[in-house]
Ligand binder design. Structure first.
Ligand code: NI
Length: 172
């Protein structure tokens, strides 16, 4: 397993739509393992393949609390098949937007269909933090970031901050 560098805004790859996985082979499984290791190392509770520069519809999440056993979920070609009218608000963050957090409102419960690491299809109901996390990761696969739900003013402010930072790093 290899730790992969995580891409941050304003890298345009984060706005691209990822392609479905058509065959789960050893290289896809190795990628999944790298993603899990990279997520836990960060540390984070979710990571989409696009965040390490790979435009494939794969995400990993683990929303277990610190005192609970790890509960990794591998989501290949994940789809939200239903979402509740009821919403909930969580303070979200993103490994691609380090140290920036904002409250985001999303459906409180979702039903998700996906393939696992072995290519077996599953469906599960998510609520609470897991529901938010899964929606956030599936958004990544569609080129959507949580800051896209903020007002234009707030979003521009954070993008500007990261753009300046990237420029500084590039010019050394
Ligand atoms: Ni994210």
């Amino acid at each position: 397993m290899t730790l992969r560098p995580i891409i941050t805004i304003p890298d345009p790859v984060l706005k691209q739509v990822s392609e479905p996985i058509t065959e789960i082979d050893g290289s896809v499984q190795a990628l999944v393992d790298d993603m899990l290791q990279t997520m836990y190392d960060a540390p984070g509770i979710g990571l989409a393949a696009v965040q390490i520069g790979i435009l494939k519809r794969i995400a990993v999440v683990d929303c277990a609390k610190e005192d609970e056993k790890p509960a990794p979920k591998v989501l290949i070609n994940p789809e939200i098949i239903s979402a509740s009218e009821e919403t909930s608000v969580y303070q979200e963050g993103c490994l691609s937007i380090p140290e920036f957090y904002e409250d985001i409102e999303r459906p409180a419960q979702v039903r998700v269909r996906h393939l696992d690491r072995d290519g077996t299809e599953h469906e599960f109901d998510a609520d609470g933090l897991l529901a938010t996390c899964v929606q956030h990761e599936i958004d990544h696969l569609n080129g959507v970031l949580f800051i896209d739900y903020l007002s234009r003013l707030k979003r521009d402010r954070v993008v500007k901050k990261f753009s300046k930072q990237a420029k500084r790093e590039a010019t050394g």
